[in-house]
Design a protein around this ligand. Structure first.
Ligand SMILES: Nc1ncnc2c1ncn2[C@@H]1O[C@H](COP(=O)(O)OP(=O)(O)OP(=O)(O)O)[C@@H](O)[C@H]1O
Ligand SMILES: [Mg+2]
Length: 469
């Protein structure tokens, strides 16, 4: 892997080059912005290490165009001007790391190594369906860059990681990436869904049991902690773990040891722990459903995955990625037009990346043409909306009517009309959103006359422009 080093101080440049070469990197060196741009145009680099004050200008100010032409290239900034301003400017550029001079050369080398790893996290699907590094964490949006950065920080240590985020945001994928890129990659990756195991079996699942420990324990059983020795133990859905099991888990994490149910022998825990949940744990703690001390124990390095709607920039890349993987799994190879992509980008994706993935697969299966445009997608989107995950389901309409009656307190003799308006507003809004504000298509979807829809929209003072794409 090559690193591009832009440094006009000869002695610093020599020291850095020697340290990077000793780590197995190739180093391309120059001392100016012009030199940097020329080298970037010719070669492929795993990271850019750059000074700020250069003979022909300011290394930070000109980073914008590097970002534009090489969005994945991790940038590490070195500076002798240790002002807050430089630090802020450096982080504004989305730089991977900022090193005020003088800096610890070992730390710089470590950071370059991590940065080079982070570049490898971003798998861009290639046409043949291969994902390059085999770790397809797709997405280059700013919120995902923050996630990649956090990931790189835990690769060479065993700190406990707590992955947070809504359902379908990629928590498990992040846990796998940490394992596969980290220093325990040669050990096992053991995932346990702590919500799926019956409460009375969870201790035995996690810690194992001895033969005869309880009725049905016909043989010794190795628990997940032992099975993960030398590797990573992924405790999924930890927010749904029964209280009693939480107590056992806490004790094990605190002592670094566990014993099998019905056994005396202590087993040393030798696994990196990654926990994940889609629950907000603080209210769970307040409600007495999650142990606060366990929370502190696992919340050492929190990594929060943004919901997909907060990184709409990534939707196009994700959609293309899933089209390629659908084709590699034997589904017809489809392409999306740019208006189709725009329509997908405007959806709320409450089920996050999982929902988008399922949608793309369904679309690949159902589309009539190989090139799929927005009009072809609209009817499929309505299905997607109806199939929203039951887990996060909105309360039924009956409940909504009861609540509306209690809350609105509509005047006697006007209830029917105001209820109809209260119902039509979100209904029309939803259909217009799905059709990008196209009234004709909205009317077709609703199965009502276009003029009826137009009349009702104007009576309800609803402006269709706001849904236009
Ligand atoms: N950044 C991403 N790039 C590519 N695929 C992704 C990405 N994020 C998620 N996915 C895919 O989306 C699906 C859901 O991801 P995952 O199972 O990791 O979600 P989760 O956060 O664990 O959800 P839950 O809370 O429901 O368990 C998977 O098929 C996963 O491969
Ligand atoms: Mg999961």
């Amino acid at each position: 892997m090559s690193v591009l080093l832009v440094e006009d101080d000869e002695s610093i440049a020599t020291v850095i080059t020697a340290a990077l070469v000793a780590e197995g990197f190739k180093v391309a060196r120059c001392d100016s912005i012009a030199g940097r741009d020329a080298l970037l145009a010719e070669g492929i680099y795993a990271a850019l290490v750059t000074d700020v004050m250069l003979t022909d200008g300011d290394g930070i100010e000109t980073l914008g165009r590097v970002r534009a032409s090489h969005p994945d290239l991790p940038i590490i900034i070195l500076s002798a001007q240790n002002t807050l301003d430089t630090a802020v400017r450096a982080s504004d550029t989305g730089a991977f790391e900022y090193f005020p001079k003088p800096f610890d050369i070992e730390e710089l080398v470590r950071t370059v190594r991590q940065a080079a790893g982070a570049g490898a996290l971003v798998g861009e699907p290639s046409d043949d369906g291969a994902t390059g590094q085999g770790l397809p964490l797709v997405g280059r949006s700013a919120p995902m860059q923050a996630v990649y950065r956090m990931i790189t920080r835990v690769l060479r240590n065993d700190l406990t990681v707590l992955v947070l985020g809504e359902s379908g945001t990629g928590k498990e994928l992040v846990a796998e990436a940490i394992h596969q890129l980290g220093h325990r990659r040669d050990g096992p990756f053991v995932a346990v869904n702590t919500a799926a195991i019956p409460a009375d079996l969870i201790e035995s699942e996690l810690f194992g049991h001895e033969k005869g420990a309880f009725t049905g324990a016909v043989a010794r059983h190795i628990g997940k902690f032992e099975a993960a020795a030398g590797g990573t133990l992924f405790l999924d859905e930890i927010g749904d773990m029964p209280m009693q099991a939480q107590t056992r888990l806490l004790r094990a994490l605190q002592s670094g040891r566990s014993h099998r149910v019905g056994g005396r022998e202590e087993v040393r825990i030798d696994a990196r722990i990654i926990a994940a949940t889609n629950k907000n744990l603080e209210p769970q703690i307040a409600a007495g459903l999650f142990r606060q001390d366990l929370y502190y124990r696992i919340n050492v390095v929190p990594i929060s995955l943004p919901p997909l709607r907060d990184r709409a920039d990534d939707i196009a890349a994700l959609a293309r990625h899933f089209l390629v993987s659908a084709a590699s799994e034997g589904l017809p190879r489809r392409q999306l037009t740019s208006d189709a992509i725009a329509l997908l980008t405007a959806q709320p994706w409450r089920g996050n990346v999982r929902e988008l993935r399922n949608f793309i697969y369904r679309m690949a299966l159902l589309a009539r043409e190989d090139t799929v445009d927005a009009a072809a997608i609209v009817p499929m989107l309505t299905v997607a909306v109806r199939e929203e995950p039951v887990r996060d389901a909105v309360p039924g309409l009956d409940a909504a009517v009861t609540r509306w009656m209690a809350g609105e307190n509509p005047a006697h003799g006007t209830i029917y009309d105001s209820a109809l308006a209260a119902f039509e507003r979100p209904l029309f809004g939803e259909v217009l959103r799905l059709t990008g504000g196209n009234q004709l298509r909205a009317a077709q979807m609703l199965g009502i006359n276009r003029n009826t829809l137009r009349k009702r929209l104007s009576e309800l003072a609803m402006d269709t422009d706001s849904w236009k794409l």
